[in-house]
Ligand binder design. Structure first.
Ligand SMILES: Nc1nc2c(c(=O)[nH]1)N[C@H]1C(S)=C(S)[C@@H](COP(=O)(O)OP(=O)(O)OC[C@H]3O[C@@H](n4cnc5c(=O)[nH]c(N)nc54)[C@H](O)[C@@H]3O)O[C@H]1N2
Ligand SMILES: Nc1nc2c(c(=O)[nH]1)N[C@H]1C(S)=C(S)[C@@H](COP(=O)(O)OP(=O)(O)OC[C@H]3O[C@@H](n4cnc5c(=O)[nH]c(N)nc54)[C@H](O)[C@@H]3O)O[C@H]1N2
Ligand code: SF4
Ligand SMILES: [Mo]
Length: 733
């Protein structure tokens, strides 16, 4: 006997609805949920393996503790005792900063990550907080922080209504989109073309997305800021600036005009490799399209000028009047969020600095590019213990060869992770969460980035087995170990309710928290219920009869559509002025660095990354269906470069950079520009001490052995993972 269950896919940012066939407590198949309000049946090969991922025999089901160099299964109490014995002496002897935390990407895809990490980090009280954000989107947070006052106020391209989309450093045909939740992103792009619009892709590689675009513009890696400044320059020079209704809402226009003076298309063209005439015509196209949007992703963030590039994208959207208007870029309003007041304290960084390199704190964390420094460098507050949750920094962060060695030298490490992999093999204790079929799901992160407002909650498909522990409970228990207080679940709930009844202006102001009947089977669900009921579309515990609540979402397993994005200015702003601050001094202060780079000679050969539809960073290479077929971890190189190095397809080469060296198999293709080589990240599974049999048999090589931890985007602390100078040498065969 089988049954059908519906579940949001947690494997990427697209948040597709899945229709699952379940036999007993096993998911036997997964396909797109055709009735889903947002994804309408779309699914990709990763979502389709949802059941296989859950069933993976290598997935850890019991905690592991390292004894005599080997990981052995133990019960939960024994595992948590080992954590207490490992962490407490470090904290007592060396203080809270001697414990570092690294939070990886899947945390933004779990309710536990959304709700239970900040209490843990707070309880630890450490300044040494690191996450995958600084190998990813931190430049966008920082640029939006300065522009709008909040690092979370990130506008998304209104894909379904735009006429012209300029897309830089994004490959949604493989990635399914990022910082723009759009199930069936490719379908939405094709729909732009079908309604007579256009999209243009700027990328050093002719990706699948570029191949589908109306035009593909090659660009030299790391130089998008020049192209974008050339566009800004043209907008001013040719009188194309038209803020429309933003006119009274924007400060700093003339400062931006002054900064752009040095970046005429004729000046930047040589550096970025885009003809000056094309830079000018892009500016004209953006200005003349009734509804246009500029959107950038990984290729605009993980670069030397990441924050300036991210900022310039918004600047162009603002100068062309496309911010906060349908068909331009807009701010989503998720069901767990509430409209704001339009003013706030603004954004600042540097509340503390990293010990070794003096790098500023950004958004409560330090750049992961300096984690190895903090572990290796002796002194007060040296990092001696590490907590990782859902992260694989031994593969995913720059100069990960060095970090891998540093992890081996820690006095204690605990990882919350379902796999014994390249990172967690260093852990003294591994605490495995249940597989995603046994977790409730609500996307706290991605519903706030969706190109159409909607809400969906999925209950667990099957209960957790008796010997497993829910991830919220794991994180709560870790918090208890460091704080000494238990009952975190109750504390969080009463804090949430107290906020509702004590906030002046709240429809429930003055009510007794005890009178508010909260629903939900688990602690995360109860917190979600409060957030939904008191959110932008909430039922306010009955005051708004048709409003949202957890129960209402449970009644609607295909999600609840909340309509197209609506203008949110000025309410969404958190700047002290209540206006968009187009030219914060901190951003302006980085422009001379960009200007200086205009005169730099080009590197002969630079490395960029790439993503593949059947992969997800480092951790889905253990699903046979996702790794079958030919080796994908190849070094792509242009025929002209291959000829220069006398290479033929399939040759093995030695690739070296300042940070390290690897050998890789060559794939000759004109998809990459001359002077550019491309290698995907997240591979390199051939290390000892892991338990991922499929991945070990398809190891690939770790591209982050080559990326350089000493080079970062200074405003955000983000790592530079694209545009890495490398040398390639044939290996004697
Ligand atoms: N060179 C290069 N490097 C890159 C990138 C690049 O483009 N180029 N991209 C960067 C980007 S964008 C990112 S986001 C990072 C990712 O960096 P990380 O987050 O460090 O790495 P992931 O490969 O996503 O590893 C996720 C880990 O979470 C575990 N996991 C999976 N599901 C769960 C769960 O439900 N709970 C818990 N507790 N654990 C879980 C997996 O087993 C795995 O160990 O990599 C970055 N690294
Ligand atoms: N299948 C799959 N999907 C994923 C992931 C995955 O690993 N696999 N990871 C998920 C995560 S964590 C994230 S953050 C998103 C990322 O989502 P995307 O940003 O869409 O992902 P990428 O495919 O890395 O696209 C980045 C593009 O930037 C280009 N690029 C590199 N350097 C430059 C540059 O200097 N300038 C410009 N203009 N382009 C450049 C690369 O060639 C590449 O095509 O994907 C998510 N979805
Ligand atoms: S596109 Fe993303 S959310 Fe949709 S099925 Fe694939 S992995 Fe899951
Ligand atoms: Mo990411």
């Amino acid at each position: 006997m089988s049954r059908t269950a519906y579940r949001t896919c947690p494997l990427c940012e697209a948040a597709c609805g899945l229709e699952l066939t379940v036999a007993g407590d096993r998911v036997v198949s997964a396909r797109g949920d055709r009735e889903h309000v947002f994804s309408h049946g779309f699914v990709c090969p990763k979502g389709a393996t949802f059941g296989q991922l859950a069933d993976d025999p290598d997935r850890l089901r019991r905690p592991l503790v390292r004894r005599d160099g080997r990981h052995v299964e133990v019960g939960w109490d024994e595992a948590f005792d080992a954590v207490a014995d490992g962490l407490r002496p470090v904290i007592e002897t060396y203080g809270p900063h001697a414990v570092a935390v690294y939070l990886g990407n899947p945390n933004v895809h779990t309710m536990a990550g959304g709700l239970y990490l900040s209490p843990l980090v707070k309880a630890l009280g450490t300044r040494n907080v690191f996450s995958a954000s600084t190998v990813d989107q931190m430049p966008k947070h920082v640029s939006c922080g300065y522009l709008y006052g909040s690092p979370l106020a990130i506008p998304v391209p209104d894909l379904d209504r735009t006429d012209f989309l300029l897309m830089l450093g994004a490959n949604p045909w493989e990635s399914n989109g990022s910082l723009a939740t759009a199930a069936d992103f490719p379908g939405r792009l094709k729909a732009i073309q079908a309604r007579g619009g256009r999209f243009v892709v700027v990328d050093p590689r002719r990706t699948r997305t570029a191949a589908q675009a109306d035009e593909h513009v090659f660009i030299r890696p790391g130089t998008d800021a020049f192209l974008l400044f050339g566009i800004v320059h043209t907008l001013f020079a040719d009188g194309l600036v038209s803020l429309g209704r933003l006119d009274s809402l924007v400060n700093g226009l003339s400062s931006v005009a002054a900064l752009a003076e040095d970046f005429a298309p004729s000046v930047v063209s040589e550096t970025c490799g885009v003809p000056a005439a094309r830079i000018r015509s892009l500016a004209h196209e953006l200005a003349s399209s009734p509804r246009a949007a500029v959107y950038g992703r990984i290729g605009t963030c993980t670069v030397e000028f990441g924050t300036l590039t991210s900022w310039l994208i918004d600047v162009i959207n603002i100068l062309t009047g496309n911010l906060d208007r349908p068909g331009g870029v807009m701010f989503p309003l998720a069901a767990h969020q509430r409209p704001g007041s339009g003013k706030g304290k603004g954004f600042r960084v540097g509340r503390w600095h990293s010990r070794v390199r003096g790098l500023p704190e950004v958004k409560g964390e330090l750049p992961v590019a300096t984690l190895a420094d903090e572990i290796e460098t002796p002194g007060d507050e040296q990092v001696r213990a590490l907590v990782t949750v859902a992260g694989n920094p031994a593969l995913s962060t720059p100069n990960s060869g060095r970090l891998d060695r540093a992890l081996a030298g820690l006095s204690f490490m605990v990882s919350v992770d379902p796999y014994l992999n390249e990172t967690t093999r260093h852990a003294d204790v591994v605490l495995p969460p249940p597989d995603p079929t046994r977790k409730g799901h609500y996307d706290f992160s991605f519903l706030a980035l969706a190109v159409r407002n909607f809400a969906a909650y999925s209950p667990p498909v099957s209960p957790i087995d008796a010997e497993a522990m829910d991830e919220c409970d794991i994180l709560a228990r870790l918090t208890t170990i460091v704080s000494g207080h238990d009952s975190l679940h109750d504390q969080l709930l009463s804090r949430a309710l107290d906020r509702v009844v004590s906030t002046p202006g709240s429809p429930l102001f003055g009510r007794s928290a005890a009178d508010l009947p909260v629903s939900g089977d688990g602690p995360a669900e109860r917190l979600l219920d409060v957030a939904l009921r008191t959110g932008a579309y909430g039922d306010w515990f009955g005051l708004v009869p048709e409003g949202l609540s957890l129960d209402r979402l449970i009644e609607n397993p295909h999600g609840v559509d909340l309509g197209p994005l609506e203008p949110r200015l000025p309410e969404v702003l958190r700047t002290p002025s209540g206006k968009v601050e187009l030219c914060d001094p901190a951003v302006a202060a980085d422009v001379p660095r960009l200007r200086a780079a205009l005169d730099r000679p080009h590197e002969a050969l630079v490395l960029i990354g790439r993503r593949h539809l059947r992969s997800n960073n480092s951790w889905m290479h253990n699903v046979p269906a996702l790794v079958k077929g030919r080796d994908r971890c190849t070094l792509q190189i242009h025929p002209a470069d291959a000829a220069r190095f006398d290479l033929v397809d399939g040759d093995t080469v030695q690739v070296t950079s300042r940070a390290g060296g690897i050998s890789a198999t060559v794939e000759i293709t004109d998809q990459v520009m001359p002077g550019v080589v491309s290698l995907p990240h997240g591979w390199g599974h051939d290390v000892a001490g892991t338990r991922q049999s499929v991945a070990s048999a398809h190891p690939g090589v770790n591209s982050n052995v080559l990326t350089d931890e000493t080079v970062i985007d200074p405003l955000s602390g983000n790592s530079v993972l694209n545009g890495i100078p490398v040398e390639v040498k044939p290996l004697a065969s």
